[in-house]
Ligand binder design. Structure first.
Ligand code: F0G
Length: 398
């Protein structure tokens, strides 16, 4: 069943519907299997390990074996910050971001519905992922990208997997409005995170975190927030496992936004249920350069219900956290993903995080998604002759 998160109106799983036709609010899929967690034993480590919790036919899934991503204990960084730190590395998914989890379910649903064209607006990763999964399923794919604001790795993926890539004169929020209008006219099946099936895949990040911790919840989960689907999805997953009796405690959901694109942080700090959009969002973390997040209501509920927190970080803090994670722990992430680490550092410095808290930072996309930002943060390689004496002299300099 699909249900409105505000008025509770119910819809059939086969309905192509993105918002409630009664009150206009966003929707969620209700999926409450009555099973024991023992059924997960000995299954391959992909997100389909938890297939009973996915609202699609498990015999017909479109998958690239997404999920089952590394869960790295980060002692060097953790000790420095005085916390027990784990990093969930979502850049290890097939197209290099967490979006693959949502697209596997979303494209499976598209196939069940029998549509022939799928589409999305994107700051980059959603389009890269959709293009790949649409190719695997043999569907036509249309993506709208904000002109000049998409990191090159992501653009390359969307084009290379054969999507119709359109560069929109405007920002992500405007592109999303346009593609939503096309979807409502029936021209394509929309696979932005307003589609509740996307979040059903992404909730598996929550499943894996508690499974990796031996069926325990961490004290806190920290992640970057853009369109706000992922924080809502992870909270939904954790609550489903809690309701099923698989875990006893719940984590504090902590969302981090860039200073120049922080409508959710502002709403949380002002104790509001709804956001006021940022008209001209701006940040180096282009993945989360979003002024009017569609899942803001779900995200605000997740943060409040879980006794969580929301904070902003500056572009400088993001870039410095990105380098710190890469150089102390060997984990390369794109700028938006580093917002979770930058947020953790700020929370520790501000006394918001308790000593020895067990914290999971979700890092959402791979370093190579945005090669330009990575290269511009480093000094250029020195040009040398392939001469042993010259090389030895340079290496000895350190
Ligand atoms: N991190 C990365 C790397 C992202 O690509 C996104 C969103 C987020 C975090 C934020 O997740 O939107 O669920 O709150 N990227 C979308 C896109 C908007 O089009 O690729 P969210």
């Amino acid at each position: 069943m699909i249900k409105c998160i505000k008025c509770g109106a119910k819809y059939d799983l086969k309905d192509i519907i993105y918002t409630c036709s009664e009150c206009g609010s966003i929707l969620e899929v209700i999926c409450e299997p009555d099973i024991s967690k023992d059924v997960f034993n000995c299954r391959k480590s992909t997100m389909w390990k938890y297939k009973e919790f996915m609202p699609v036919d498990p015999a017909k899934i479109v998958t690239l074996e997404e999920g089952g991503t590394p869960f790295c204990k980060c002692d060097k960084l953790g000790e420095r910050l005085g916390v027990d730190l784990y990093v969930k590395v979502e850049g290890s998914n097939p197209t290099g971001s967490f979006k693959d989890r949502g697209m596997s379910v979303g494209i499976t649903k598209a196939m069940e519905l029998g549509v022939d064209t799928v589409g999305c607006a994107s700051t980059g990763n959603t389009s890269a992922s959709l293009a790949a999964y649409a190719a695997r399923a043999g569907l036509r794919c249309v993506v709208l990208l904000p002109s000049g604001k998409v990191a090159l790795g992501k653009l390359a993926q969307a084009m290379f997997h054969g999507a119709d890539v359109l560069s929109v004169k405007g920002n992500f929020d405007e592109a999303l409005e346009a593609i939503t209008a096309l979807a409502l006219e029936g021209q394509l099946y929309l696979l932005n995170s307003v589609n509740p099936f996307r979040l059903e895949g992404q909730k598996s990040i929550g499943f894996e975190i508690v499974d990796d911790l031996g069926w325990k919840s961490p004290d806190r989960i920290i992640l970057p927030v853009g369109n706000a689907g992922n924080i809502s999805a992870i909270w939904k997953g954790i609550k489903e496992f809690h309701n099923a009796g698989f875990i006893e405690d719940l984590p504090m959901m902590t969302g981090i936004q860039a200073e120049g694109a922080a409508p959710i942080v502002r709403a949380i700090k002002e104790n509001k249920e709804d956001i006021v959009p940022f008209e001209n969002p701006e940040t180096v973390a282009t993945a989360i350069r979003i002024g009017a997040p569609v899942s803001s209501r779900k995200a605000i509920m997740a943060i409040n219900e879980s006794n969580g927190f929301a904070e902003t970080v500056s572009d400088e803090e993001i870039l410095s956290a990105q380098k710190l994670l890469a150089r102390t722990e060997g984990i390369g992430v794109e700028p938006a993903s580093a917002a979770s680490i930058a947020g953790l550092i700020k929370l520790v410095e501000g006394g918001e995080v308790d000593n020895n808290e067990q914290i999971v930072c979700v890092v959402t996309g791979h370093l190579l998604k945005d090669p330009n930002t990575a290269i511009s943060a480093c000094v250029e390689p020195i040009e040398v002759n392939a001469d042993i004496k010259e090389l030895s002299r340079i290496i000895a300099r350190g």
